[in-house]
Structures are given as structure tokens and as C-alpha cells.
Design a protein around this ligand. Structure first.
Ligand SMILES: Nc1ncnc2c1ncn2[C@@H]1O[C@H](COP(=O)(O)OP(=O)(O)OP(=O)(O)O)[C@@H](O)[C@H]1O
Ligand SMILES: [Mg+2]
Length: 262
């Protein structure tokens, strides 16, 4: 499977599988799937709709049990994972500051420290002036930044992101991709990132994994040939277009499989 990891994997899935329901209505949603994510690595996963990507992430986040196999997270601290959901999952009844502080409150970080850390993340994400606002007063892109700030504020060992930019318009999506690129290149946070966008996967990922149609398995792995730190300018490179085409060729057959009922 390619070059050896410099450090032991932070996340390892072994023969991981998940089914839903029983009897004739039983759905094989995922696997069996093997996956390793090395410390500090940004891994993107693309795959057809319904192939089990969210299921994989929910298992990694501890929100769902596997039916077979296992998923281990090798954590060095007591704050192993933080998840960012596609619908942001922020609380409308809490202020922006309270939302970002949420994970720190759960960890019982003293209020003064928690406030300072939350404000620091808000300013890194360009939201310093909105600490006291409520989410209803924010645009979609700003809400998404609150969700990112909240996840990063707990300094997670692993960041799990499920199509975090899917609901945003193309321009905003590009801007947030570039911001996330810069941010993760600074923090070197181990990240598992689900997306439908091949472009997004290539811009952000140290590697891109292509999943098969349901039940999802890893079909292929590609490493975007762009050194770090990289910028969004790689979108204009010839290698970028070539890799995008190659990934689409891999994915196309799976999307078709998915579209035709078995
Ligand atoms: N709680 C559940 N109960 C029953 N079936 C489920 C449940 N969660 C997921 N599934 C089924 O498992 C399969 C995989 O779902 P999942 O949400 O993981 O797909 P996905 O790859 O994230 O799709 P998308 O790209 O559309 O978000 C689907 O067939 C789905 O209907
Ligand atoms: Mg999903």
C-alpha cells in the first residue's frame, strides 16, 4: 500500500463493516474496509452517494458501533476526535462565543482560559467581531466557520469532517478550502475529510481515497503531487487537471453502479 508511515497510524480500521436492519430489509452500508490514517495526515475520501462515507465517519467519532471488524484511534490525549457535520451542528440558542467554547466547557476548561481560546479561534477564522452574535444572524459561510472554530478549539488529535462545505456556494467554498488548507498546514491536525468534490479533495488532501459503491470499500488511493505548504494556486496546474480526470475515471463506474438498482 505505498510508502511506510513515519509514525504509527492515528486511526486504523480493520475489516470494518456496518449493516443496518435485519432480514430482507437488511442494508450492507460499509465494508469490509481497511484504512490507516497517519498522524498529521490529511486524508480525503470520495465515493458515490450512499456508499457509507458518513457511516465510516460516525463510527470513527464513536457515534455508531461497527457490525464487524474494528476501528481504533491511537490517542495521546483525552481529546481524540472532533467531528464537523455537514449541517454544521451549531446551537442556535448559544452565542457564537459559547458555541466555540462548547467543547472546552465539556472538557471543564476553566471559563477564563476557555473564553480566551475561543476568542483566539474566532479571530483566526475572521469572526472576532461576532463573538456575541447568535448563529441566526450569520451567513452560511460564517456558520460553517463557527463549526470549524469549535472543532479546532479543542485541539483534537483527529478532525473528522463530513462534507463540511457542501451547502456553500462555489466562491465561498473555494475561500474556505484555502483557509482550511492554511490552517491545517499550520496545526498539522490529523484529518479525515469526506467530500463529493474531487477538486476539494485534491486541494486539501495528502491523499485521496476512492470508495466503491455500497457497501463501501477503498478502491484506490492517489497522492496529489503538490508539496506542502501548498496554496490554492495548484488548482491551475496541469497535474491538477490530470489527477482530477483520473479520479473521475475511477469514480464514474461506481456512481453508475450505484444508480442502477441491484
Ligand atoms: N441509521 C440508519 N439506518 C438505516 N440505514 C442507514 C442508516 N444510516 C445509513 N444507512 C444506510 O447506509 C447506507 C450508507 O449511508 P451513508 O449515510 O453512510 O452514505 P454516504 O456515503 O454518506 O452518502 P452521501 O454521500 O449521500 O452522504 C445508505 O444506504 C443508508 O441508507
Ligand atoms: Mg454522507
Amino acid at each position: 500500500m505505498g510508502d511506510p508511515h513515519p509514525t504509527p497510524p492515528t486511526l486504523r480500521a480493520t475489516a470494518l463493516g456496518r449493516t443496518f436492519g435485519r432480514g430482507p430489509g437488511k442494508v450492507s452500508a460499509l465494508g469490509p474496509l481497511d484504512l490507516e490514517v497517519a498522524r498529521g495526515e490529511f486524508t480525503c475520501v470520495v465515493g458515490p452517494s450512499g456508499c457509507g462515507k458518513s457511516t465510516l465517519l460516525r463510527i470513527a467519532a464513536g457515534l455508531l458501533r461497527p457490525s464487524t471488524g474494528r476501528l481504533e484511534i491511537r490517542a495521546e490525549t483525552d481529546r481524540p476526535a472532533a467531528m464537523i457535520f455537514q449541517d454544521y451542528g451549531i446551537y442556535d440558542w448559544k452565542s457564537v462565543l459559547a458555541n466555540v467554547r462548547f467543547g472546552l466547557d465539556v472538557q471543564r476548561v476553566p471559563r477564563k482560559d476557555a473564553d480566551a481560546r475561543a476568542r483566539d479561534w474566532l479571530s483566526r477564522l475572521g469572526l472576532a467581531d461576532f463573538a456575541d452574535a447568535y448563529p441566526a444572524a450569520l451567513s452560511g459561510g460564517m456558520r460553517q466557520r463557527v463549526a470549524i472554530a469549535r472543532a479546532l478549539a479543542v485541539e483534537p488529535e483527529i478532525l473528522l469532517m463530513d462534507e463540511p462545505f457542501a451547502a456553500l456556494d462555489a466562491q465561498l467554498r473555494t475561500i474556505l478550502q484555502d483557509e482550511l488548507l492554511e490552517l491545517t498546514q499550520t496545526t498539522r491536525t490529523t484529518t479525515l475529510f469526506i467530500t463529493h468534490s474531487l477538486e476539494e479533495a485534491i486541494v486539501l488532501g495528502d491523499r485521496v481515497l476512492v470508495m466503491s459503491a455500497r457497501p463501501g470499500r477503498i478502491l484506490a488511493e492517489r497522492r496529489p503531487p503538490f508539496a506542502r505548504p501548498r496554496s490554492g494556486d495548484i488548482r491551475d496546474a496541469a497535474e491538477f487537471a490530470a489527477l482530477k480526470r483520473e479520479l473521475w475515471d475511477l469514480l464514474r463506474g461506481e456512481v453508475r453502479t450505484e444508480a442502477v438498482p441491484a
